[in-house]
Design a protein around this ligand. Structure first.
Ligand code: NDP
Length: 323
C-alpha cells in the first residue's frame, strides 16, 4: 500500500489528484479481483503515457448537451476512469428516472478491463452493457486487413442478495497481450487466433501481429466487432478503429469513444423483474459444472489470500515510486 501511495505522488508530477485517484482505483480494483493483466502491471504504462503526453493527466471531463436519455461526456483526452467519475453517476440517475439511458464518452484512453463500469451500475440495481473500440487489429470475417479493434464488450445484471452477474471479454479470439507474450516466449499460439499478411491461417505470433487477429466464433464474433464499432464510434461520435492513429504514433495508447447502456429492471420489467431473474440465475447456478460469469473475480475479491506481485514488476514499481 505504501508503494502505491508513493506512486500516486509520483504520478502527480504529470497528473492531478482527480485523474490519479480515478486511475489508481481502477488499477487496484483489477488487482484485487485477480485480473493481473489490468492491475498494477499497468501502472508503469499509465505513468509513461501521462509523462509522454499521450494521455492528459489533468483532464477535466465535462458534460455536453444531448437528449434527455443520454449523458454525453467530453473526456478531454484523459483516462476513461476520470470521465466515468463524472458520467457513470449521472447515467445511473438518468436510467433510474427514465428506465433506460446511455452514456457516450468521447476522447478518452480506455485500456482497462471493462467489467468495472458495468459492475458499478449493476451494484446500483441497473442492468448495463458497455463496449469500446480501439486500434485496428482484427480482420473482418473473410478479409485479411486488420480492421476492427479487439473491441471488448461487458454486461452486468444486478442480483437481489449477491454480487452482480458480470461478463467481460474482447471479441478477438485471443487477447493481443497474450500473443505478445507467446512471441517473447518463442511459442506458437493455438490455431484460429490469427492470419498472416496474405490472409493465411498461422500459429506464428510474429506473423499474426504483422497480419491480423481473428474474431472468436468466425462470422459471429466479427459481427459483434462490427456492432461495437457502430456503437462506440458511430453512436458515440468518435473514431472507428480503422481511423485510429497508427499504434506507433499513438504510443500504444488507444484514444476514442466508449458506449455504456443502463437499464432499470423494475422500471422496464415490473416490480418482480429482479426476483424472476434471481430464480432463473439460481436454476443456472444449480447446474453441475456451470458457474456464473464474474463469480471467479468476486471469490478472489472476498479471499484473504495474499496478492503476489512478481519481483521484476515490483522492482519496476519501486523505480517508478523513486525508491
Ligand atoms: P476472457 O476470454 O478471459 O473471458 C473473461 C470472461 O469470461 C469473464 O467475464 C469471466 O468471468 C468469464 N468466464 C471465464 N470462464 C468462465 C466460465 N467457466 N463460466 C462462466 N464465465 C466464465 O477475456 P479476454 O481475454 O477476452 O479479456 C480479458 C480482459 O481484457 C477483459 O477484462 C477486457 O475488458 C480486457 N480488454 C480491454 C481492452 C480495452 O481496450 N480496454 C481490449 C481488450 C481486452 P470471471 O471473471 O468470473 O472468470
Amino acid at each position: 500500500m505504501e508503494i502505491l501511495n508513493r506512486l500516486e505522488r509520483e504520478w502527480r508530477a504529470g497528473a492531478d489528484a482527480a485523474n490519479t485517484h480515478a486511475t489508481a482505483d481502477t488499477i487496484l480494483a483489477a488487482e484485487a479481483d485477480g485480473t493481473a493483466s489490468h492491475g498494477v502491471l499497468q501502472a508503469t504504462g499509465y505513468a509513461a503515457a501521462i509523462r509522454a503526453g499521450l494521455v492528459n493527466g489533468t483532464a477535466a471531463p465535462r458534460l455536453l448537451p444531448g437528449p434527455e436519455a443520454a449523458v454525453i461526456v467530453a473526456g478531454d483526452g484523459g483516462s476513461s476512469a476520470t470521465a466515468y467519475a463524472l458520467g457513470l453517476p449521472a447515467l445511473a440517475e438518468r436510467a433510474e428516472a427514465l428506465g433506460a439511458a446511455v452514456l457516450c464518452v468521447r476522447n478518452v484512453a480506455h485500456y482497462a478491463a471493462m467489467w468495472h463500469e458495468v459492475e458499478f451500475l449493476a451494484e446500483r440495481g441497473l442492468a448495463a452493457f458497455a463496449c469500446t473500440a480501439n486500434f485496428p487489429y482484427v480482420a473482418p470475417h473473410g478479409g485479411r486487413r486488420p480492421f476492427f479493434g479487439t473491441n471488448p464488450i461487458a454486461f452486468a445484471f444486478p442480483r437481489t442478495d449477491a454480487r452482480p452477474v458480470v461478463f467481460d471479454f474482447a471479441v478477438s479470439t485471443m487477447a493481443r497481450g497474450s500473443i505478445q507474450i507467446a512471441l517473447r516466449a518463442g511459442a506458437n499460439v493455438p490455431a484460429g487466433v490469427g492470419i498472416d499478411r496474405d490472409g493465411r491461417p498461422t500459429r506464428d505470433p510474429a506473423a499474426i501481429l504483422a497480419g491480423a487477429q481473428t474474431a472468436f466464433g468466425d462470422h459471429k464474433g466479427a459481427a459483434l466487432a462490427l456492432m461495437v464499432e457502430l456503437l462506440a464510434a458511430g453512436i458515440v461520435g468518435d473514431v472507428f478503429s480503422d481511423e485510429a492513429e497508427a499504434e506507433a504514433i499513438a504510443g500504444g495508447v488507444p484514444v476514442g469513444g466508449v458506449f455504456v447502456l443502463a437499464l432499470s429492471p423494475e422500471r422496464l420489467g415490473g416490480p418482480d423483474a429482479l426476483s424472476r431473474a434471481e430464480a432463473f440465475l439460481g436454476r443456472l447456478e444449480a447446474e453441475p459444472g456451470a458457474r456464473l460469469p464474474g463469480a471467479r473475480r468476486h471469490a478472489r475479491r472476498n479471499s484473504s489470500a495474499p496478492y503476489v506481485v512478481p519481483a521484476s514488476l515490483m522492482a519496476e514499481l519501486r523505480a517508478l515510486a523513486g525508491d
